[in-house]
Design a protein around this ligand. Structure first.
Ligand code: 25A
Ligand code: L14
Length: 297
């Protein structure tokens, strides 16, 4: 790789892609050039990177000629189609979708938790589900000091997880609800675009994120949280050493997920204060435990 990188953002016009552009602009990654890729629908759209005006291009395999680094968030099927093409052309791809996360030769990485896993990549590096990332960031410092036996997590996930179209749908439904309009026809995206039925999200809660698993007990989002956590912490998606279960719920929020995490440590002598100390100052973690002053934002 050159000292300055040619970077492509795949899915650049999406809710995530636009954030990637902003974050890349702020980051210390030395950027030589940026290419914005999306579907034919948004080819020709103008977007800004720093002060440069860039035109979004339709993605083809040849889009990746000369590209060093791909940041990808255009959905799993798009990643499956294009990332092997990018790797063939010499690029390293960081993929935000679920397409490759469980492949044996694809590291699943949260930099603050398991950076060592990066060593074994073959061109594709996956990052986990958003709900998994925030949980393992907070639990890894605890695990390192006291060990973990069990995790029971419940999530409160915003519309943003399902992309820009879901954010737009929540906004329209909310407006229509407040305007007293008939909302029968409003839902087309949530709970999940690919499934048969769609339900109102505004002023509601939905107990489904992603599709249901065959056993009917888990949704795929819940499955992902369980197995991604094990792969990141123990390098084995089916590891038995930590028991994990998850319940994922969609809440009518635009952006930002929340979650409550019950966990059981292995070291029974650990005190609440010691666990707070482990969290306070951990890389990327902000501890807010000042209930007397009512601070939690
Ligand atoms: O498969 P996964 O892993 O589960 O991921 C599924 C989806 O989740 C989002 C992301 O959606 C992804 O597509 N996502 C993933 N991880 C996420 C996370 N951590 C996450 N969201 C939040 N947090 P998205 O909507 O943000 O981004 C989609 C982008 O992918 C581009 N794309 C689609 N097909 C492509 C493709 N790019 C290349 N080749 C293809 N074949 C997509 O570009 C977008 O950038 P686009 O050109 O198709 O559309 C962007 C424009 O279209 C408008 N729009 C969106 N939906 C609709 C719509 N217009 C009308 N009707 C719609 N239903 C948008 O306004 C935008 O301008
Ligand atoms: O697996 O709809 O990265 O909230 C994360 C967001 C799947 C969908 C992933 C959502 C996506 C999820």
């Amino acid at each position: 790789m050159s000292k300055e990188y040619n970077v492509a953002i795949l899915g650049a016009t999406g809710a995530v892609g636009r954030r990637m552009i902003d974050q890349l602009a702020k980051s210390t990654i030395p950027v030589k050039s940026v290419k914005l890729l999306a579907s034919s629908r948004s080819a020709g759209t103008h977007l800004k990177f720093r002060n440069q005006d860039l035109v979004v291009e339709e993605t083809t395999p040849d889009s990746f000629d000369g590209v060093d680094l791909v940041l990808s968030s255009a959905g799993g099927s798009v990643s499956k189609k294009f990332l092997p093409e990018a790797v063939k052309r010499g690029a390293v791809c960081v993929d935000n979708t679920s397409a490759f996360r469980m492949d044996e030769d694809v590291p699943l990485v949260v930099p603050e938790v398991n950076p060592e896993a990066l060593k074994n990549h073959h061109g594709i590096i996956a990052n986990p589900n958003c709900s998994t990332i925030q949980m393992v960031m907070a639990l890894e410092p605890v695990r390192r000091k006291f060990g973990l036996k069990q995790i029971i997590v419940s999530t409160y996930q915003a519309a943003s997880g399902a992309g820009q179209a879901a954010i737009d749908e929540l906004k329209k439904e909310s407006q229509d609800y407040l305007d007293g309009k008939n909302m029968q026809e409003d839902a087309h995206i949530l709970p999940t675009k690919g499934d048969k039925k769609h339900y109102q999200m505004a002023f509601n809660l939905l107990p489904q994120i992603d599709v249901f698993e065959q056993d009917g007990y888990y949704t795929h989002e819940e499955w992902k949280m369980i197995h991604e956590t094990k792969k990141i912490m123990l390098d084995d998606m089916d590891a038995k050493d930590i028991k994990v279960t998850a319940t994922c719920v969609r809440v009518p929020i635009r952006i930002a997920h929340g979650e409550t995490v019950y966990f059981e440590v292995a070291d029974k002598s650990a005190t609440t204060d010691q666990i707070k100390d482990a969290l306070d100052g951990a890389d990327g973690v902000v501890l807010q435990a000042d209930s007397a002053r009512q601070i939690y934002r």
